[in-house]
Write a protein that binds this ligand. Structure first.
Ligand SMILES: Cc1ncc(COP(=O)(O)O)c(CNc2cccc(C(=O)O)c2)c1O
Length: 454
């Protein structure tokens, strides 16, 4: 434990942490980063297989963004867009985002984070239905084990039961259906395609239970990220779209993780072949260099909202000029350097093939999966029976800690192990990341064999 580590927890309460444990065990102080690597204050070079928190899509150390931030800071460090004002940075970013968005998306609403994007979406959806004369359509439907952030709206929209317990959520008017987790929820003999339809039909059942006149929207991540990279069968999203159209329900995609190239397309809903009415973003919008989020609002919803007069919602830092300028440069780099096409055509398929090949040898690893540069696997006690380990998350944390002690960052979501490296990762870096992971999994398997007396 270095001296700075001792100071690190003296005055700082860390998010999503047991801060008593951190005070006792200390933390690793990250001091710099470059490409796919981060470095701690002890000089360790660490492979960041999580791109920060799923967000550093263009990789670390792109000085162009620092230069843009400095220039914008010196030109106009802050002004708002509340009262009949705007500024060039947000105008230029908005035009760029409209140009890379799918057809029918020509307007964005800015926030400072993914959670604020989700909260803004909730308010916008309800304002839309009020504006078009259907004020009873207030309820939003999400999925258990979905993750949509940590604000009151975000935690309610999400289906993380442990989060709901802290504070008594969800808020009124937000309900959940089961997640499309084929590995854990399919019936004997049921194909993935059959399960995808059955799982989507849970939405129709919920709508009929609530009454379509009371339902405002269905909200889901194309791939559930923090829930453990839960990838729905190919039949799921098209069936969800059919149901939303049938009952006049808005379809919302939460693209905070899947957006800006993670799945090999600009947005995850393009990978899964559905067209939402609204989609929420953050993370890859700026590659985490500065905090910014954006809600992409489809033309139908914009038309409705324009009828509704003042939309009384917004944030001080919404469309912040420095964040907007940095986000614009980030999106230009993604676009001009063909980073997303490279994920789609080259490094995504390469990663997925090598990931499956490497993991196939391990007895406690099952349901190996991935799309583009987001991948996962599940730790199971018995692959033949799909028996999970007891005390969900304990085994995942054990493996995550072995990775970290070997200077590799991957994420344990319960007993799902996930990775989402920077989109700029090269094939050689993928080989190095997977060789490190293989060594850790061998160490984990030996330790687990001895623990189970196998
Ligand atoms: C789909 C989705 N929607 C909203 C949010 C909230 O974004 P903000 O954090 O910027 O308010 C997220 C965020 N996702 C997220 C954030 C922090 C940690 C982890 C993890 O997997 O450990 C995941 C997310 O993944």
């Amino acid at each position: 434990m270095t001296n700075t580590t001792l100071n690190a927890t003296a005055n700082h309460l860390h998010p999503f942490s047991d801060n008593q444990q951190l005070k006792e065990k200390g933390v690793r102080v990250i001091t710099k980063a470059d490409g796919i690597y981060i470095y701690d204050d002890a000089g360790n070079k660490i492979i960041d297989g999580m791109a920060g928190l799923w967000c550093v899509n263009i990789g670390y150390g792109r000085k162009e963004l620092a230069d843009i931030a400095r220039d914008q800071m010196n030109e106009l460090a802050y002004y708002n867009t509340f009262f009949k004002t705007s500024h060039p940075a947000v105008i230029n970013l908005s035009a760029k985002l409209a140009s890379i968005a799918p057809a029918g998306f020509n307007h964005v609403f800015y926030t400072g984070s993914g959670s604020e994007s989700v909260d803004s979406m909730i308010r916008m959806v309800r304002h839309y239905w009020d504006s078009v004369g259907k004020p009873s359509k207030k309820t939003l439907i999400g999925r258990w084990n979905g993750y949509h952030g940590s604000t009151i709206g975000g935690v309610s929209m999400g289906g993380m039961k442990g989060m709901h317990k802290q504070g008594g959520f969800p808020i009124e008017g937000i309900v959940h259906i089961e997640q499309p987790w084929f590995y854990g929820l399919h019936e004997e003999g049921e194909t993935a395609e059959q399960f995808g339809i059955r799982a989507a039909n849970w939405l129709e059942e919920k709508i009929l239970e609530i009454g379509a006149d009371n339902v405002a929207a269905f909200v889901g991540e194309p791939i559930q990220g923090a829930g453990g990279v839960i990838i729905p069968p190919s039949t799921y999203w098209p069936r969800i779209q059919e149901i939303c159209q049938k009952y006049d329900i808005l379809l919302v995609a939460d693209e905070v993780i899947c957006g800006f190239g993670r799945t090999g397309e600009w947005f995850g809903h393009e990978t899964f072949g559905f067209q939402p009415d609204i989609f929420t973003t953050a993370k890859g919008l700026s590659s985490g260099y500065l905090p910014i989020g954006a809600v992409f609002v489809g033309d139908k919803v914009v038309e409705g909202i324009l009828k509704g007069g003042d939309f009384n919602h917004g944030f001080t830092y919404a469309g912040h000029p420095v964040a907007a300028a940095v986000a614009l440069k980030n999106v230009e780099i993604l676009d001009d350097e063909g980073i997303i096409k490279n994920v789609h055509d080259k490094t995504g398929p390469y990663m997925q093939a090598k990931w499956r090949e490497m993991l196939s040898q391990f007895k406690y690893v099952d349901d190996v999966r991935g799309v583009g540069l987001i991948q996962g696997f599940t730790l199971v006690k018995n692959k033949a029976t799909r028996e999970m380990f007891p005390n969900e998350g304990e085994t995942g944390t054990m493996l995550r800690d072995i990775f970290f002690s070997n200077n590799l960052i991957m994420r344990a979501c319960g007993d799902h192990i996930v990775a989402s490296p920077p989109l700029t990762i090269t094939k050689e870096e993928i080989d190095l990341m997977l060789a490190t992971a293989e060594k850790c999994l061998q160490e984990f398997e030996t330790a687990m064999d001895s623990k189970l007396g196998a």
